[in-house]
Design a protein around this ligand. Sequence first.
Ligand SMILES: O=c1ccn([C@@H]2O[C@H](COP(=O)(O)OP(=O)(O)O)[C@@H](O)[C@H]2O)c(=O)[nH]1
Ligand SMILES: O=C(O)[C@@H](COP(=O)(O)O)O[C@H]1O[C@H](CO)[C@@H](O)[C@H](O)[C@H]1O
Length: 324
Amino acid sequence: MDTVRPDARAWFEERTTAATSLADLDPAGLLRAKRRGGHRVSVVLPARNEETTVGRLVADVREHWMRAVPLVDELVVVDSDSTDGTAAAARAAGADVVATTDVLPEHGTRPGKGEALWKSLAATTGDLVVFLDADLLGDVTHYVPGLLAPLLTDPQVRYVKGCYTRPLEVEGTVVPAGGGRVTELTARPLLNALWPELAGVVQPLGGEYAGRRSALEQVPFVSAYGVEVGLLVDLLRLGGLSSLAQVDLGVRRHTSQPIEALGEMAGQVVATVLARAACTRQPSGLLTRFRHDGSGFMPHSSPVAVDERPPMITVPEYRARLAG
Ligand SMILES: O=c1ccn([C@@H]2O[C@H](COP(=O)(O)OP(=O)(O)O)[C@@H](O)[C@H]2O)c(=O)[nH]1
Ligand SMILES: O=C(O)[C@@H](COP(=O)(O)O)O[C@H]1O[C@H](CO)[C@@H](O)[C@H](O)[C@H]1O
């Protein structure tokens, strides 16, 4: 970190804590802090076709953090247009399940992870909200308390990103630190170029994070895969670098997508960054990639323009529920 900007280096040193296993944590102490602060905690899993992994994650959170040590008050799986048994698997494991189509129906439904996360704010009640991907593999029991700890112990912190090493498992081959391909090839270079104060964020796109509802409801949610980079930049603007923190959760394994699918994700990340960087040129909103059919390259374009939902606090139906 010796060449990075002083503010990013200071943030990295002051705002990075370790929770690489339960041994790094004091769940009973966190429960006391939760009760002292009068907090209510919601855990949200956005899930699209995750029937093989969602049930284990739900059961783990319920057993450890709702029954044994009640850090969590509400566990919601947001079914994001799944076509498999995700909802049934999540419900069987004990989660509340809501379909994106059933939340704020007056506002329609858009495809994408960010849409599921935006709607989760209207489907949950905790003043602290923890987000976990629903395709996580391996032992992740310590993720929830690890992400909550900074929010429960430091009132200045409003948003906590998980960070971790990211093995890449593709077609059965495991590369110890090959994961986070869009992070390494797109998000990190762009953020370092345009928001160097965020250079200390180890996993800007990581899918595990937690925040105060009072902050999350004040920022837009990009509807697709731009949601993480959009939240990071927007919450930086909202509360400043000192309102952000990160926690080292050790290792993160998940079911990785093929590189072809990540091209579109990268396009959405770039579109989200450009929209926030107020670039003078108008992004095209299109990404053209190429397949070789044996005789020549075949171009194919897909839309990557960002769509985003407004801050939830501006939604009348949400405000009415808060007032209710
Ligand atoms: O339209 C979508 C796409 C993804 N997801 C969920 O968002 C998380 C991260 O998505 P994915 O695994 O596709 O991204 P990756 O981790 O491979 O980058 C997973 O729980 C997905 O089920 C979702 O809820 N709606
Ligand atoms: O970090 C990344 O580069 C991507 C892809 O990760 P892999 O290369 O499949 O390990 O994964 C993340 O990015 C998505 C977009 O922000 C998030 O929605 C995912 O939760 C996260 O896994």
